[in-house]
Design a protein around this ligand. Structure first.
Ligand code: ZN
Length: 356
């Protein structure tokens, strides 16, 4: 039976992680379960994952201060769960559906939205940044952003499909099959990029990070070799292992100025680059020798194509092609949110999944 309700009558209170005011921190609070509009769905959150963006908001760093966030806000944007209510205008979803959240909320009206590029909508809103998020027992999201996923996907993985899709799309864009690929930065996105590239048939994957703990993980998800620039001349080493040619492509998930510049040095002529990481300030690269004369192709990756990337990701997950379990280093109750943040801030763990 399709139950259609507007509002949250009788839903009562829920536990949520709320960023209340400027400055460091966020707190666990008991608040009202949100009411929904006609185009929304209300979801009982099964699992939610912590992203670097959440740490920026928690710390209220310069990025967060300028991200257009209205406080107070319920934190969190990576999640999966079960629909418990649908708005009056929602026809294609029903209570009981198992969904993951697409965090890019498109306007549906602008040039990009009318051009098959909703994920970079001109009026883009980000769920859990510009709206209340999912570090809570219940969350609401526009039905257009609730992606039905196969029931075989366990909640810990359902919660990370959003970052996984970003990483997987980078590999799709630079067509890694049969190629020698470097992945810079082995946080969760970099590790997902490695697992995806492996599944897509990259012939050799070079993982690069300054933390050995992360490099160890990179080898468990498919990296052929792990290089730490702190102790290795990465450019020389990669040139040597590719007989002076360089890599066919690299994916940056670090945002590090030095690492990106190094990447262009070991990129072969005609190579391709997918950029996911966000440098903290504008950076300079040598466009002449590193891009023009090399005929390098560069693409920025801002999330997943809706829903092209999701379809491919779900196909690959259904066939067991993606080795993701090593990336989920911790699963903790939502109440332990502070402990999870402290772990990540101390540089430990990779993806932490919270269970409300
Ligand atoms: Zn739009």
């Amino acid at each position: 039976m399709i139950r259609k309700m507007t509002g949250s009558e009788g839903m009562g209170k829920m536990l949520a992680v709320v960023k209340k005011e400027i400055g460091i921190g966020a707190q666990l609070e008991e608040i009202e379960v949100p009411g929904i509009g006609p185009k929304d769905v209300l979801i009982k959150v099964n699992a939610a994952a912590i992203c670097g963006t959440d740490l920026h908001i928690y710390d209220w760093n310069p990025w967060a201060q300028n991200a257009g966030i209205n406080l107070p806000v319920i934190m969190g944007h990576e999640f999966c769960g079960e629909i418990v209510q649908v708005g009056d205008d929602v026809t294609d979803l029903k209570p009981g559906d198992y969904i993951a959240g697409e965090t890019h909320i498109p306007c549906g009206k602008c040039y990009q939205c009318n051009n098959g590029q909703q994920h970079i909508c001109g009026n883009l809103q980000i769920f859990g940044v510009h709206t209340n998020g999912c570090f809570a027992e219940y969350t609401k999201i526009p039905a257009a952003c609730a992606r039905k996923i196969p029931s075989a996907i366990k909640p810990e993985i359902g919660a990370v499909l959003e970052p996984l899709g970003t990483a997987l799309r980078a590999g799709l864009e630079i067509q890694v099959s049969g190629k020698v690929i470097a992945v810079i930065g082995c946080g969760p996105i970099g590790l997902f990029a490695i697992a995806s590239a492996k599944a897509m048939g990259a012939s050799y994957i070079i993982a690069i990070d300054v933390l050995d703990e992360r490099l160890k993980l990179s080898e468990t998800v498919g990296a052929n070799i792990a290089l730490n620039p702190m102790g290795t001349d990465v450019v020389a080493e990669i040139k040597k292992m590719t007989k002076g040619v360089g890599v066919d492509g690299f994916i940056d998930a670090s945002g590090s100025v030095q690492a990106i510049n190094d990447g262009f040095k070991y990129l072969r002529k005609g190579g391709e680059v997918a950029l996911i990481g966000l440098p903290s300030k504008p950076i300079s690269i040598d466009l002449g020798s590193d891009v023009v004369f090399k005929e390098a192709k560069i693409i920025g990756i801002h999330g997943r194509e809706m829903y092209k990337t999701w379809i491919k990701m779900e196909n690959m997950l259904s066939q067991g092609l993606l080795n993701l379990d090593p990336v989920i280093t911790h699963t903790m109750p939502l109440e332990k949110f502070q402990d999870a943040v402290e772990l990540l801030q101390a540089g430990h763990g990779s993806k932490i999944v919270l269970i409300p």
